[in-house]
Design a protein. Structure first.
Length: 485
């Protein structure tokens, strides 16, 4: 094994509250359990509702009385540039922590943290391509449209890419002039605490940022706090539905980036060597623990066998094992309950009558750790649960179609609409299909998540957009100042 990833991680005994390292109100800790060895790697304080109250009070005071929202956008951008530089300094430590606590192989961990740096760079330049004020004239009047920060923002993120997801939210929120309380998930909080170190080192004014790892009770207290003006959440659709209902009680602003069941459509005119292995890894990369993963492969019926055999060969060639080994392509799932969920869905697929082509269980020789083989189902119908519900594991289903119109209907035939891909030699056909699929991002003859352009979902994949000026707009309120003639 070739590895530089530590077998233990740095523990923390303080929380970042208002930009200052502070003793937690309680004495409970979160044990960070390795998905590789099932051993405890580190501990961090588990935030309490009292810590939330303290952090929100600091954020409220910083917004209402402090300098942050009153700085120019260019002045705030200087701080964001410093945050990006501090993240870059901790790149290796963050990547190593992510591998150790979540099980992401080096390639996935590197990609996530490269994206985080891109996000801070993008946030620091938003003011150069966005007008915070605009003069307007209309019949009988004129005035100024002013875009002002929404206020105190509660940011809640999942475990599958915490530093990148936090950066995608916090950067634009700070660029807008908001203050932020971040609650990372209790699974894998160490890399986020390293982000807290970067935020503290950047020297943001007091009260502007807090980082409070914690569970559901802490999250709900934060979401329902009367001093929080906006909630930005990434996670499951079920959790997003709950958060939206809580925000609705007091009409708090909310952005939701939720689940996905994205489709990759293969036309009948393209050679498979132009489709794979790109499309295969779009479904199983990071062990399928990506909201935008392409987990439904839609193929002309007379090409299904060809596609299935190609994907089977790719899946069975993937190196599965300890993500600290540089040769590993797929590591474990992040948590034992996650592995159980994925294995349950595989049994559901078999019971529904789908054909299990390869995978379906724990890899041989890996008795410890939360591993699942890359799993491929064929002869799947669009109404099967494995074709409708987000599994969040390395499970891909192949669905045959008889016409491109039917393929579009199948792609649109779930509650989700987050990502997607179209593979066709005919460029005009590919774009026509891409425009018909109701999804937030879609790629042609490739697949990627673009994090510096608008990202978000249709339907139950969420509300609002993150990335670029669209992401900035989510943290602003619009005011019209009417002026006398």
């Amino acid at each position: 094994m070739t590895s530089t990833v530590p077998t233990a991680l740095q523990s923390y005994d303080k929380l970042l509250i208002g930009g200052r390292w502070t003793d937690p109100a309680g004495d409970e800790v979160i044990e960070v359990v390795s998905p590789i060895t099932e051993e405890v790697l580190a501990t961090v304080p588990e935030a309490t509702t009292a810590d939330v109250d303290k952090a929100v009070a600091a954020a409220r005071k910083a917004f209402d009385e402090g300098p942050w929202p009153r700085l120019t956008a260019a002045e705030r951008a200087e701080y964001l540039t410093r945050v990006g530089a501090e993240v870059a300094k901790r790149f290796d430590s963050m990547a190593e922590a992510f591998t150790a606590e979540i099980g992401a192989p080096a390639a996935a961990s590197t990609a996530f943290h490269n994206n985080a740096i891109k996000m801070w760079g993008d946030a620091s330049t938003l003011h150069e391509r966005f007008d915070f004020e605009e003069e307007r004239e209309w019949e009988g009047g004129h005035g100024t449209v002013v875009r002002e920060p929404v206020g105190v923002v509660a940011t809640i993120i999942p475990w599958n890419g915490p530093v990148a997801t936090a950066s995608l939210k916090i950067g634009p929120a700070l660029a807008a002039g908001c203050t932020v309380v971040l609650k990372p998930a209790p699974e894998g909080p160490v890399s986020t605490m390293l982000l807290a170190e970067a935020l503290e080192a950047a020297g943001l004014p007091e009260g502007v940022v807090s980082v409070l790892p914690g569970g559901r009770e802490v999250g709900e207290h934060l979401v329902t706090h009367p001093s929080v003006d906006k909630v930005a959440f990434t996670g499951s659709t079920a959790a997003g539905r709950r958060i939206m209902s809580l925000c609705g009680d007091r009409i708090a602003r909310v952005t939701l980036e939720l689940g996905g069941k994205s489709a990759g459509i293969i036309a009948d005119d393209i050679a498979l060597d132009q489709v794979f292995p790109d499309l295969a890894f779009a479904g199983i990369g990071h062990s399928g623990q990506v909201c935008a993963a392409i987990t439904r492969v839609l193929v002309p019926r007379d090409r299904q066998d060809e596609v299935v055999e190609t994907m089977k060969t790719i899946f069975e060639s993937v190196s599965i094992g300890d993500p600290r080994d540089e040769s590993t392509v797929l590591g474990p799932l992040a948590a034992e309950r996650q592995r159980t969920r994925v294995l349950d869905y595989i049994e559901i697929g078999k019971a529904e009558g789908a054909r299990l082509v390869t995978g379906g269980g724990r890899p041989d020789g890996l008795e410890r750790g939360w591993y699942v083989q890359p799993t491929l189902f064929a002869d799947v119908t669009p109404d099967m649960r494995i074709a409708q519900e987000e599994i969040f594991g390395p499970v891909v289903v192949v669905i045959p179609f008889d016409s491109i119109d039917e393929a579009v209907d199948i792609a649109n035939g779930t509650d989700y609409g987050l990502s997607g891909a179209v593979y066709a030699r005919d460029a005009a056909l590919a774009e026509k299909v891409a425009r018909r699929v109701r999804t937030g991002q879609i790629s042609i003859n490739s697949w990627d998540m673009c994090v510096v352009q608008p990202f978000g979902g249709y339907k139950q994949s969420g509300l609002g957009r993150e990335g670029n000026v669209e992401g900035l707009s989510a943290y602003l309120e619009t005011k019209l100042i009417q002026k006398p003639a």
